[in-house]
Design a protein around this ligand. Sequence first.
Ligand SMILES: NC(=O)c1ccc[n+]([C@@H]2O[C@H](COP(=O)([O-])OP(=O)(O)OC[C@H]3O[C@@H](n4cnc5c(N)ncnc54)[C@H](OP(=O)(O)O)[C@@H]3O)[C@@H](O)[C@H]2O)c1
Length: 388
Amino acid sequence: MAPRQTARQQQDRETTRIEVRPRRLGLLVGGSGLIGGTIVHYFKKNVPGVELMAPNSKKLSLREPEDIRRYCDKYQPDFIINTAIAAINSDAQLAYEVNYLGAIQLAEIARKRNIPFIHVSSAAVMPPGHDLDESRRLPLTARMSNYAKSKLMAELTLEHMGRHGGLDYTILRLAVVYGKHDHKIQGFHRLLFTIADRSMPVLLTSRGICHSYSHSKKLPPLIHYLLNNREEFSCQTYNFVDQKPVELAELILTIRSYLDLPTPRRIFVPYPVAKTGRTVIFWILRKMSRIGIDARLPAELMFMENFYQSQTLSPARLLNSSYRDPHAEVTVISALPELIEYYITRWQHFRLLSTFNEEFYRPDNGLEEFRQAPELLLEKIHRNRYTV
Ligand SMILES: NC(=O)c1ccc[n+]([C@@H]2O[C@H](COP(=O)([O-])OP(=O)(O)OC[C@H]3O[C@@H](n4cnc5c(N)ncnc54)[C@H](OP(=O)(O)O)[C@@H]3O)[C@@H](O)[C@H]2O)c1
């Protein structure tokens, strides 16, 4: 047995370590994505003692085990966070290599280096139902979507590595994510886009269907806390969701009313009808591709049955931990005005919305004069000492 260290020896060792590397160095994989980008921003603004490296997938690809090893040998991170995923509708190879093998390669490096590994997972590994706790997982089958299968396998192997190999991991399971900077327009933001673009004439859900939501901005403070409290959070999985689930129809109709639009109308389309409609559109699009017209259904429609099934996650385990969410009062409904302003402005800039009323979010910053009378605007700004 190794001799016990005296307090003095331990302090000396820590002092030596601090002298060698005064800041903790973290590796974040997936930093250009919605979740990863929010984590990078948080650590840069709020955590002076930590430097978070976030190489993009060209610099460090999870599909290249040698890349990962070389990068970690060179920079010797003190912890690893994994928020990378292949596109949600990827084929089996991409989903398997990025979401599963890549995650496991990172975890193995963390295990060998004896450093924490924080892995972001998804409610896609869970069945439908209400108030599901962390133990509720789908059975692993060949017929699952590539996304759900690879995320589920990653969770199972991380647990195995924790139990049998001593990996210090924490899994954070997210539900439907909302937040700024989703530049790929996925999930909830695709729903917002569809309503704003008026391409949802009626409600593709049933009365009373509820889901849990996760705010991307609430996640980084939790990760920061987890990293500083390994004893409590090591080898654990947590649902990371707002406390109360939200009814999908209520959410859609609230967005509609904020946008002051007549659609979607309050007509609930039954699932069999919606499913047939999707099949017909899919068939038409395939025919169109034969004459050179390339159009695709949004990847989210693959998961349309989720609009017709409740899935709400229990937040109890995290609520019963020592962590306190500093923004517990924020929900997807209360965040809507800010999200709508951010995304509508952005989509208008990129001319993505085909039917939206351009007058809706017109900033009062001289933009109209920039369009119509730039010479008057110039004169005004010069007169006002360079303010509008
Ligand atoms: N968004 C949601 O609604 C939602 C819901 C539940 C759970 N989650 C979970 O949250 C996590 C983050 O999702 P997200 O929405 O932030 O995803 P995202 O916006 O699509 O970002 C994916 C990230 O993965 C990186 N990536 C892709 N292939 C890679 C590769 N071969 N090597 C290294 N990096 C690679 C991308 O980097 P490049 O851009 O450089 O390629 C990007 O930074 C995932 O674990 C996901 O399962 C998300």
